[in-house]
Design a protein around this ligand. Sequence first.
Ligand code: FAD
Length: 392
Amino acid sequence: MNQYDLIVVGLGAVGSAALYQASKGGARALGIDRFDPPHTMGSSHGDTRITRQSIGEGEIYMPFIRRSNEIWRDLETSTGQELFLESGGLIIAPESATASFHVPGDFVALSVDIAEKYGIPHEVLSAEEIKRHFPMLMPRPVDRAYYEPGAGVLRPERCINAQLDLAIEAGAAIRTQEKMIRYQADSQGVTVVTDRDNFRADKLILATGAWIGDLLPESYRAGIRVCRQVIYWFEAENLEAFYPENCPFVIWIGDRLEDFWSTFPAPRDGLPGVKLVTEQYHTSTHADALSRQVSPEETADMYHRLTVPRLKGLRENLIHADVCMYTVSADEHFVIDYHPESERVVVASPCSGHGFKHSAAVGETLAQLALDGGSEFDISAFELARLGDIRE
Ligand SMILES: Cc1cc2nc3c(=O)[nH]c(=O)nc-3n(C[C@H](O)[C@H](O)[C@H](O)COP(=O)(O)OP(=O)(O)OC[C@H]3O[C@@H](n4cnc5c(N)ncnc54)[C@H](O)[C@@H]3O)c2cc1C
């Protein structure tokens, strides 16, 4: 009863995708999560996630975004649910930006380069053009933007639910509210010990998100940090102006890291407010020590310092706030690799705050690594060993 081809621990964005792909391919698979996904305790909640076709983080991500977009579309067809809302997307930054966004360099220029190379429809807008097209935005005169009309937002909770439902339909077993305490790999397979039971499988995928550091050898941990982020929903004077057909997402890149934040379009069936998200890397924590309270001071900072000078039409009335975690590697790239202690164990994440859009294909790749022994994509840039060289 407790013997499987594959166990996936962690059923968030990445793990639900891995479980779905493995069970669809015929594997006897078990998924385990310490909470009840989709939930608000990890990194995949908050109703919307930005997705764009031009991945300024690097060409290594292009196979992942293209395959993920195919999977999201297939999931929409299979479930009859809308998982993607096309709103268009803006990345706004001054040419002189001194702090880098996700990767070194000018993120607007990097996005333009990739868009040109891959034939992705886009425009470069001056500050005046941004204001003319999107009257709620107030960029500075020094700003300019990469604009991608086909970009938009995914609905993360629905994506996770869809993949878990389809995994169950394909025969997967799922255990929630059950925490993996430890695992042991040997020459015959892997034993997973939870707080309720023991399981055995040929292969194991660890997709535990912000908790992944606990499962890696000590020497790799310094290369991974968990950064607390806050998601705010503020009341709008006219919410319709922020519906996806009227309002693109905006990634605001300033001169300093503390000026980075994002604005999201408001889905008609979402919370009745406009979602704004922090992008902070100054402080890090452990996932179990995360402060989940959002203080009036940080709310005021988001509203007065960041929002008021750049965005028209929001009232200082906080409708809701949530805390979320970025799990950031030292070079802000992904980890997709075998565990250094056993090839029976595959490790995913950290996705460094830009992983949701790619998660469908990352999950598929993990399933291929575990079950087929390799991936059709080049994942050499995502190997774990690079983090072992990093010392605090
Ligand atoms: C505020 C915020 C905004 C973001 N915006 C974007 C965006 O716009 N676009 C984008 O592409 N990406 C974005 N990201 C990043 C993206 O959401 C994450 O990279 C992605 O969701 C991470 O998925 P995951 O599966 O690795 O982690 P999670 O979804 O957190 O899943 C990990 C799972 O592992 C489980 N788990 C952990 N330990 C155990 C254990 N011992 N036993 C059993 N289960 C365990 C947890 O309960 C959890 O369900 C954002 C992230 C945040 C926090």
